[in-house]
Design a protein around this ligand. Sequence first.
Ligand code: SAM
Length: 244
Amino acid sequence: MLTEIHVVTLFPDWIRQLSTIGLTGKALSDGRITLRCFNPRDYAAGAHRSVDDRPYGGGPGMVMRPEPLALAIQSAAADSDQPVAVLSPQGMRVDQRSIERLAGRRRLILVCGRYEGIDERVVDELIDEEWSLGDFVLSGGEYAAAAIIDASIRLQPGVLGHEQSAEQDSFSQGLLDCPHYTRPEIWRDRAVPEVLLSGDHAAIKRWRRRQSLLRTLHRRPDLLQNVSLDETDRRLLAETEVGE
Ligand code: SAM
């Protein structure tokens, strides 16, 4: 169970904002999980406390200097045997399975890069794993760290209102979630599917499962390769749309 989140960042105020927002923020602000930031600038020597420098070999941009960053990482990882993860577009792509693993750690240690990135020797010396949000480039690791922190906290017991709400979410059972509706019954001439108003719980469960299967088939057929469909699922997929 996650009890500590340590983030190495040049923008601690940005990360601390997370404890003010939503259910995951509540878990951070009521002490269930402690969030601490370690700013390399606090570990930088010299009057200017400089944390970046020009890249060897020339070229645009700046690189995070190794020593202040390394000292901040070592503080964040002190008294812990948990892996140190850096956010990087070159890392492993984060998915729900990896979030489940990260969420199971006692301490989540996340290192946010800025500028052109961090001095590679720090990666060699102190980093155990690299995580990417996807094939695009952010201006800082804080955006990716925030996503991982939120996704990990919402899996902690008692954080979400209803015990099952994380279980029904997309990816947790390997499928996309079904569509959801709330009042009014008719909105701009669009009606809520009748079955959801029927009170027939078995029919509603069947409808939701079928919608999940269909959505996954149409939007993310790749996911179906890792889900074992039983006979009922195959029958649901084969049903016609009539009666919905
Ligand atoms: N020069 C680097 C490259 O092309 O691989 C990109 C550096 S980026 C401008 C600055 C920082 O943002 C990175 O060090 C990393 O921490 C973070 N970052 C950027 N894109 C990311 C992504 N897709 N996933 C996770 N972190 C990312």
